[in-house]
Ligand binder design. Structure first.
Ligand SMILES: O=C(O)/C=C/C(=O)CC(=O)CC(=O)O
Ligand SMILES: [Ca+2]
Ligand SMILES: [Mg+2]
Length: 376
């Protein structure tokens, strides 16, 4: 069965008229953990208090849930609630949100389009995982409509974004904080699990505003995440991609943190790209090491995303700016329509699997921009 005993992602659900609380997905049901495990940590409306307990608690809890769902199934069966009866919420109260830029292919493609007269990769790119600080207050759960942003599209030009795009990414959720001044230790001592992320991007706003400090309003209007957080333990690991030059000692890999995750992007139900996470250049342990090397503190609920997942093939690109080469080469849909960037009413779904483990999906529908008269 999919969503089986080796999967068991955590999320936050509610029944009509009740407060949100933590559950685990099993098949087409959600196990009410407050009731099944008699532990009030799961009565919270986010995973944060549970995630703060740390790695030993994460491991023991997962083992206990697996035991309850197999040998003690008759005891906990009454706490399994059909998904059709529940509403799913933001799984995590996001503290700080950071987005990296870890795909060599994505960085090269975007570099070619945004900086056609320069080298596609900046000189720092192979030496450190480049990132920027995003906006945690507009991280929303799958299903939340995304209003087309408006803003400056060039000198003296204001209006609704005309180049609305998505970025298919993985997000890593921090459970255990660090003290300010002290870099993070082992990856699995801090990171609880993985979500799917759609980093909605307004390419026309971005290309005008981003120099020299990076994306600002082009990416802060909405970032969507999947309702399920998959524990690290559920994910098969592979060696990371070879790196040249060898990174500085603080960035050197001590364990295999490559992830063999197959991602799909769907536009209005049709698959338009299949980005392979296994191709990412910088691995998540390297992102965490870099994020904290200067002494920046981690907090429970921090979310750091991988950056757009793009592979070497055209059909593996994780954004429409790449798939359509900045709108110059539209993609053809099964309906006979073509698309460059997103139109109002379009629904984008990103879903992913790692072997038998599914990470679920993150979905969002584009709503029309506000009336723009005030800026005209
Ligand atoms: O090359 C640039 O100027 C920026 C490209 C991006 O859109 C960055 C971004 O959001 C990071 C990523 O998703 O890989
Ligand atoms: Ca991004
Ligand atoms: Mg964003």
């Amino acid at each position: 069965m999919s969503w089986g005993i080796d999967n068991l992602p955590y999320g936050v659900f509610s029944l009509p008229g009740q407060e949100p609380r933590v559950g685990v997905r099993y098949g087409d049901k959600v196990l009410d953990l407050t009731a099944a495990l008699h532990d009030e940590v799961f009565a919270a409306p986010s995973l944060n208090p549970f995630m703060a307990r740390g790695r030993a608690a994460w491991r023991d809890t997962r083992a206990l849930i697996q035991e309850k769902l197999t040998s003690d199934l008759s005891v906990v069966e009454r706490h399994l609630i059909p998904l059709a009866q529940v509403e799913l919420h933001m799984p995590v109260e996001v503290a700080d949100y950071v987005d990296f830029y870890c795909s060599l292919e994505h960085a090269s493609n975007v570099g070619r389009m945004f900086r056609p007269d320069a080298e596609p990769l900046m000189p720092n790119w192979r030496h450190l995982p480049v990132g920027y600080h995003g906006r945690s207050g507009t991280v929303v759960v799958s299903g939340t409509p995304v209003r087309r942003p408006q803003g400056q599209l060039g000198a003296g030009v204001f209006g609704p974004c005309r180049k609305l795009d998505v970025e298919a990414e993985l997000g890593f959720v921090v459970g255990v904080p660090t003290e300010m001044g002290t870099p993070a230790g082992e990856f699995e001592d801090h990171v609880f699990g993985v979500t799917l992320v759609n980093d909605w991007s307004a390419r026309d706003i971005q290309s005008w505003e981003y120099r020299p400090l990076g994306p600002f309003l082009a990416k802060s209007f909405a970032t969507s995440v999947s309702p399920w957080v998959t524990p690290l333990e559920a994910l098969p690991r592979i060696p990371g991609r070879a790196q040249d030059p060898e990174p500085l000692p603080y960035l050197r890999r001590k364990a295999d943190w490559g992830l063999d995750i197959a991602v799909e992007i769907l536009l209005n139900g049709e698959v338009v790209a299949r980005p392979p996470y296994a191709e990412m250049y910088w691995t998540p342990d390297q992102m965490l090491a870099h994020l904290t090397v200067n002494g920046a503190a981690l907090r429970t609920g921090d979310l750091f995303a991988s950056g757009t997942i793009s592979g070497p093939e055209r059909g593996q690109r994780g954004s429409f700016i790449e798939l359509t080469w900045n709108g110059t080469d539209p993609i053809k849909l099964g309906s006979g329509e073509t698309r460059t960037f997103l139109e109002d009413g379009d629904t984008v779904t990103i879903r992913a699997t790692a072997g038998d483990v599914t990470l679920g999906e993150v979905s969002g529908t584009v709503a029309q921009a506000l009336d723009v008269t005030q800026g005209a």
